[in-house]
Design a protein around this ligand. Structure first.
Ligand SMILES: [Fe+2]
Length: 242
């Protein structure tokens, strides 16, 4: 268990999307039918969380160009545009969140997931798994090397497509700060067309989910970089007088 925090700021329900948004069809079945139960503010279940000190990270866990490479005839690097996605995990007060777990998963360059329920026409890539994880450093920074995922069609409406995106989970300092979100790429014309993006009421919220092209961190003749900072809920500290 991590150090208990006094309590976390409540979620802003006007900023987060509604759970029930019929334009995004799956939300109809997945949204709660009954009123939400409030967890007592500052209870141990809100304040505590896992620590990742003993977690053994593999050499290529945050390198999707390497972590699923096959041996033998098909051996090689994944097909697609080589990119680096990096940023900093901070809380609402701008304080870095060090040594926390960031996990990500994505489709391959053709828009196909390595999942038995994905039957999209685009082929699987024998050298690409599509999952990675990484621990933030002392300043809350994380980094993944991967290929840019392709957009894919999905059965929501007549002709709906997901913009290129990466699913991201970040734990933060406690269970209650865990955030699962999606990263989009700056300039993608599919972003405003997506029914999932459209459940966000505020365009600024979409902005916070959009990674920016970061030429300063790209590597010439190798990869482009995208910057994506992640903000988790902040903790109000209680100060004691000496
Ligand atoms: Fe997806």
């Amino acid at each position: 268990m991590s150090q208990p925090y006094p309590f976390f700021l409540p979620r802003d329900r006007n900023w987060q999307p509604e759970a029930y948004t019929p334009g995004y069809k799956t939300s109809i079945a997945r949204s709660p039918r009954q009123g939400l139960v409030s967890l007592h503010r500052g209870s141990p279940s809100e304040r505590s969380g896992p620590t990742f000190e003993g977690l053994d990270m593999g050499q290529h866990d945050n390198d999707l160009l390497m972590n699923f490479r096959t041996e033998g005839e098909a051996a090689g690097l994944p097909i697609g545009e080589r990119i680096v996605v990096h940023g900093q995990v901070i809380d609402q007060f701008g304080k870095p969140v060090p040594h926390t777990l960031v996990e990500m998963w994505q489709a391959n360059a053709g828009g196909r997931y390595r999942h038995k329920k994905d039957s999209y026409l685009a082929p699987l890539d024998p050298n690409f798994g599509g999952v990675g994880r990484c621990m933030t450093d002392g300043e809350g920074r994380y980094r993944f090397r991967t290929v840019r995922p392709g957009p894919y069609p999905w059965p929501n409406g007549v002709n709906t497509w997901r913009p290129a995106h990466i699913h991201v989970s970040v734990m933060g300092p406690s269970i209650s700060t865990r955030l699962i979100t999606q990263l989009y790429f700056e300039g993608d014309p599919l972003i405003p067309q997506c029914p999932i993006v459209q459940v966000l009421k505020d365009v600024d919220a979409v902005d916070t989910m959009t990674a920016r092209l970061d030429m300063a961190h790209s590597r010439p003749m190798d990869y482009l970089a995208y910057r994506f900072d992640i903000v988790v809920r902040g903790a109000l500290q209680t100060y004691f007088e000496e």
